[in-house]
Write a protein that binds this ligand. Structure first.
Ligand SMILES: *Cc1c(COP(=O)(O)O)cnc(C)c1O
Length: 382
């Protein structure tokens, strides 16, 4: 879809980028031939194998899921986690949903006031001040985080570390972010239509190979059938978290073009950075390193919540639907128990505004789009 078509109506901050049916339907042939449409079928197997070759380290396995939310739940279930689980206040609601979905209780902890990431110090204090045996931490907006310290803390305290990197699939996974040397770290991605690696609904778990059996079991009602061992080890129950063959077929088509897509998204992110640092407004960005994210959206932190609300209104008048994301802060959601006041989470969550990133916009249209939104920002601050 061209930008002009979109502009007839409201221009939305996120838009799906699903391949044309003719580009993915042929991938479905093995499952049609076998009359097998889910439950770790042939297309899914192929998709997982290619994902593994592209994104995994030697000792890791790629396991697809029906969504990131079910994938996160399955990670907790497969580890036999019960009771409290640490969860950042600054994240998308799904992080907490996945904990509730695994029959556990989120304990909200605060984040660093600039990066929006749970600091190693806060993580350690969270474990010391709760009964949590696991934490789900966030790589905000799919921007890669150096988790080496967090990994080490979890290793030493014998905790499970699950990384919600929902928006982060599509860039290289590198040792500058993880050591990969501990058995207690699992990373989860979303393949939701609005994420850079969008297929409709879908999730991906990248875990140490040793966890493959228990995670698959947790995503298939806790049945141990596919290994056929009659094993009596946990998980004893599970959910239906499996990816269908249709989604895997779309995934195979997305894999063909993902590098180009991400390159174009990063180019547009760079344009945002160049424009934002050249205007004299009191706002922050999370990173200047465009290679560290596939850029689902471009997040900025405005001076105040009041300005966010004002900018949203002006944008809508001009037919741009900009959006708040990770709002409200989870500590403010009814019934969530938190450690401390989570002031940084509340503060960031109130001030973030997300700007559109597209891989398919023509250069001219892109420039016009950025100029218009910069004008809207200026008016909001005025
Ligand atoms: C999108 C998102 C999710 C949910 O992903 P689904 O695949 O839709 O379940 C979870 N966490 C974060 C941070 C997200 O942005």
């Amino acid at each position: 879809m061209q930008i002009k078509d979109e502009l007839k109506e409201v221009f939305r901050v996120v838009a799906s980028e699903i391949p044309d049916p003719k580009d993915w339907i042929h991938y479905l042939k093995p499952s049609i031939d076998k009359n097998w449409y889910t439950n770790f079928g042939p297309v899914n197997e192929d998709f997982e194998e290619r994902i593994k070759n592209k994104y995994c380290e030697k000792n890791e396995v790629a396991i697809t899921a029906s969504s990131a939310t079910s994938a996160l739940s399955a990670c907790l279930i497969s580890e036999g986690i019960s009771g409290e689980v640490l969860c950042p206040g600054f994240t998308f609601q799904a992080t907490a949903s996945s904990i509730l979905g695994a029959n556990c209780n989120p304990i909200i902890i605060d984040v660093d006031k600039n990066s929006g990431v749970v600091s190693p110090q806060i993580l350690k204090e969270g474990f010391l001040n709760s009964k949590a045996k696991a934490a789900i931490l966030l790589a905000p907006y799919g921007i890669s985080v150096d988790f080496h310290e967090h990994e080490k803390i979890c290793h030493e305290m014998e905790k499970i570390l699950i990384i919600d990197n929902a928006a982060g699939l599509g860039i290289k996974r590198e040792s500058k972010f993880f050591s990969g040397s501990y058995e207690n770290v699992i990373e989860v991605f979303s393949l939701h239509a609005t994420k850079p690696f969008g297929i409709g609904e879908g999730g991906l778990i990248i875990a140490p190979s040793s966890k493959e059996f228990s995670i698959r079991s947790a995503m298939n009602f806790g049945l141990q059938t596919h290994a056929n061992t009659g094993s009596t080890s946990s998980p004893f129950w599970g959910i239906n978290g499996k990816m269908s063959e249709f989604h895997a077929a779309i995934g195979l088509a997305v894999l063909e073009t993902i590098d180009k897509r991400i390159f174009q998204r990063q180019e547009m992110a760079k344009k945002w950075i160049d424009s934002l640092i050249n205007i004299d407004l009191n706002l922050n960005i999370f990173t200047h390193e465009i290679d560290n994210s596939p850029w689902q959206i471009f997040p900025i932190v405005l001076e105040s919540e009041k300005i966010v609300e004002k900018v949203l209104k002006i944008a809508l008048k001009n037919k741009y639907e900009l959006r708040r994301y990770y709002y409200p802060s989870l500590g403010n959601c009814h019934g969530m128990k938190s450690i401390g006041m989570c002031e940084n989470s509340n503060n960031l969550s109130a001030r973030v505004l997300t700007l559109p990133v597209r891989s398919w916009i023509k250069k001219n249209d892109q420039e016009n789009l950025i100029t218009s939104i910069m004008d809207i920002l200026k008016e909001g601050y005025g």
